[in-house]
Unconditional design. Structure first.
Length: 353
């Protein structure tokens, strides 16, 4: 990383490459076709898309949904590794630090797998091998036999102390929310501390603005999850510092009142950009729908920042979010079709820009 961060950032080159990649992401028409296909048809469809290389490489060993799963994860890791290979200077550092979110993803994946007593192979299928953790560390985590073992193995990482503090709540309440929130808090705290408080209208300031929006929407989602879980946990205790929308105390008050929460967003800096998405949030009649609305809103906001600041890190980070969402949508379709869900049920699980 030290070599790549030397010299000038090559925003024009990287953002041009990102625009090309983003144009190849699946659109609403692609999803409408996929939800009406069976698992084998989905696999064949993907062979004719930019997932072709991964589908062909893995096709001899896997089939159906398994093939789709492996191809999605390998393709996603390849695309994000490409971002690093293209980038120089501070831009490389911004992207490398942000991609550590997949260390957080993998930690939460292992915790959920151990909690549900999932098979090792199933946990491995959901890992995304990009980020800072080595394959050796990930393999050791997958071999964990208890949540306590996972926490102990991460003691030398940025997640160690927060997970240890949250473990007591996990044991007393029996829900994963404290542990998952602790992972998110550790990731964003590390990221924002590294950035500091940059001068206005600089590339670093734009990077921080993007992250502050992501923190705000993460707090909204996590606060509602805690409130709806029925557990005796204070949402403010797992508040992620660094956002602009509200404080931990305000989150505690708003988490139980969706109408007030949406009104607060409308009055905020996100209001004008997110009017349509917020209307969907108000109409949501379940936590899942609300969370999907938040994800759509964050995608929309990241796109707005990208358009306003085309030669910055914003288009790159917006692309990462969009690529993640594509992978999640395709995975939801493949799993839904395998489980025999109807088209309408699967479509409710999708988040489309």
């Amino acid at each position: 990383m030290s070599i790549k961060t030397e010299g000038s950032s090559n925003y024009e080159y990287v953002t041009a490459r990102v625009r090309s990649r983003r144009a190849k992401l699946f659109d609403a028409d692609d999803y409408r076709k996929l939800v009406r296909m069976g698992p084998s048809e989905i696999a064949r469809f993907m062979e004719d898309t930019e997932y072709e290389a991964e589908m062909n490489a893995l096709g001899a060993r896997h089939s159906g949904v398994d093939l789709v799963e492996y191809a999605l994860n390998r393709n996603q890791a390849k695309h994000f590794d490409d971002l690093l290979s293209w980038s120089n200077g501070d831009l490389y550092g911004y992207i490398a630090n942000y991609l550590r979110k997949f260390d957080a993803w993998n930690v939460k994946t292992v915790i959920r797998g151990v909690y549900t007593d999932a098979a090792r192979e199933d946990i491995e299928d959901d890992l995304i091998r990009t980020g800072e953790f080595s394959d050796k560390r990930l393999d050791r985590l997958v071999e964990s036999t208890s949540i306590e073992d996972v926490v102990e193995q991460l003691s030398d990482t940025i997640f160690g102390d927060p997970l240890e503090e949250a473990f007591e709540d996990f044991e007393s309440e029996g829900v994963l929310v404290p542990l998952e929130n602790a992972v998110d808090r550790a990731f964003y705290a590390h990221l924002l501390d590294d950035i500091g408080q940059p001068e206005p209208d600089t590339p670093t300031a734009l990077y921080r603005e993007f992250l502050e929006a992501e923190v705000d929407f993460r707090n909204l989602r996590n606060g509602l999850r805690i409130a709806r879980s029925g557990a005796d946990i204070d949402p403010a205790e797992y508040f992620i510092e660094g956002g602009r929308l509200f404080s931990g105390e305000e989150l505690r008050q708003l988490a139980t009142n969706v109408d007030e929460l949406v009104s607060r967003i409308r009055e905020s800096t996100y209001g004008d950009d997110l009017d349509e998405a917020l209307t969907e949030l108000e109409d949501a009649d379940s936590l899942i729908q609300f969370e999907h609305g938040l994800e759509a809103a964050l995608l929309e906001y990241s796109g707005k920042l990208s358009n306003r600041y085309p030669l910055s890190v914003c288009p790159v980070l917006s692309y990462i979010l969009a690529k993640e969402r594509e992978v999640e949508n395709i995975r939801a379709i493949a799993r839904g079709r395998e489980a025999g869900l109807d088209v309408e049920e699967i479509e409710e699980e999708l988040v489309i820009e």
